[in-house]
Ligand binder design. Structure first.
Ligand SMILES: [Zn+2]
Ligand SMILES: [Zn+2]
Length: 389
């Protein structure tokens, strides 16, 4: 078990709270990335900045050759007004670290400091601090800027806190783990008219109402019952007055799947269903489809290695070997499409713990007890995977 000193734990809890007080939105993580780069340089890492805008990579090579691994943390905050009144609550109105990326950055930095002084590993360590995980696709932007060409990795890993699991629990899962998320806007174009004379109009609101019900059959009738999938109509806009038939209705829809083939099949079914529903009401449908994040698939072999490290260095009751799938999404999925690896969770607290408050909630806060646990796991993983031959 690799342990951080009490001083180091205090230092990085302080750093986590400093980042928490100064949250920055996607691609605006200038202060955070400067802080990360400055620390990494100070500890002797070769630092590259500006990948994917505000992304940072710290590289350290020990020995002439050896395996190359990447560890990723995310740095961005969310447009949420913090409800907490802690000393380290956000100083920026309307902005907060409500997903714990402050903690992920601090955990990886704590590990970086200790790994920089350890001589017990051989190989190439790439520490990847990415911008814009929250919908901005920062992982993809770093890859488009040549992340894996400049910093080739044989395997990659990332860790995200998760409320609902006991504090410090390490949760692994082989195979599909986080959902793909796609977004579509459907505009139903009808013909407006007088509310008293519906026969002289084509009412897009009736078409929208029917379509919303029909959309419920995609998951219940078209997707294999053993495959998780979600279709949510999150917004609908149409009409202004009770005696006017609107000429247009707009729906905002979120689509999620945990299997790449289900994702493709749902897309096809949605296009067909929307077009034919619209036609049956005499309106036309325009679909604006935006691909979001891919299905996050953990590589079986790399997950086994990551799990073995936990089993060797942590209490057995602290480990969940095959956790549940989640319908949330994560852009580390794109990195895992290019490099085999594992995305694991660290429990933020369960039951009555304050850490049980779900991410993206104004009362959420990263559990500082996890700084030591998460950093220790990263340190153990690097020593095991980059061990001396
Ligand atoms: Zn989030
Ligand atoms: Zn997150």
């Amino acid at each position: 078990m690799y342990r951080l000193s009490e001083e180091a734990i205090e230092e990085f809890i302080g750093l986590r709270r400093d980042i928490h007080q100064n949250p920055e939105l996607a691609y605006e993580e200038h202060r955070t990335s400067a802080l990360v780069a400055e620390r990494l340089r100070h500890w002797g890492y070769a630092v590259t900045t500006g990948l994917g805008g505000t992304g940072v990579v710290g590289q350290m090579v020990r020995g002439g050759s050896g395996p190359r691994i990447g560890l990723r943390a995310d740095m961005d905050a969310l447009p949420i007004q913090e409800a907490n009144t802690t000393d380290w609550a956000s100083c920026k109105p309307g902005l907060m670290h409500a997903c714990g990326h402050d903690g992920h950055t601090a955990m990886l930095l704590a590990a970086a400091q200790m790994l920089a002084v350890s001589t017990q590993w051989t190989g190439t360590l790439n520490l990847i601090f990415q911008p814009a995980e929250e919908g901005g696709g920062g992982a993809l932007r770093m890859m488009q800027d040549g992340l894996f060409e400049q910093f080739p990795c044989d395997s990659i890993f990332a860790m995200h806190n998760m409320p609902g699991f006991p504090q410090g629990q390490l949760v692994f899962r082989s195979g599909p783990t986080m959902a793909s998320s796609d977004y579509l806007t459907v505009t139903l174009q009808g013909r407006g008219g007088h509310g008293a004379m519906p026969h002289r109009a084509n009412d897009p609101i009736v078409a929208a109402a029917s379509l919303i019900m029909a959309l419920q059959t995609v998951v219940s009738r078209n997707v294999d019952p053993l495959q998780p999938a979600v279709v949510t109509v999150g917004a609908i806009q149409a009409g202004k007055a009770n005696n006017v038939i609107a000429d247009q209705a707009r729906l905002e829809i979120s689509v999620r799947a945990l299997d790449p083939q289900v994702r493709v099949a749902m897309r096809e079914r949605l296009y067909t269903l929307i077009a034919q529903q619209a036609a049956s009401y005499g309106v036309t449908a325009h679909i604006d489809w935006r691909d979001g994040y891919a299905v996050l698939v953990n590589d079986a072999q790399q997950t086994e290695r990551a799990l073995a490290v936990a089993r060797k260095h942590f209490a057995q009751d602290q480990i969940l070997a095959q956790g549940p799938m989640l319908t949330g999404s994560e852009d580390f999925a794109f990195m895992l499409e290019q490099v085999p690896g594992c995305y694991l969770f660290i429990g933020n607290g369960a039951g009555d713990d304050a850490g049980a408050c779900m991410v993206h909630n104004p009362s959420y806060d990263f559990n500082d007890h996890n700084i030591a646990v998460g950093a220790s796991y990263w340190i153990a993983l690097v020593h095991e995977l980059l061990s001396q031959p």
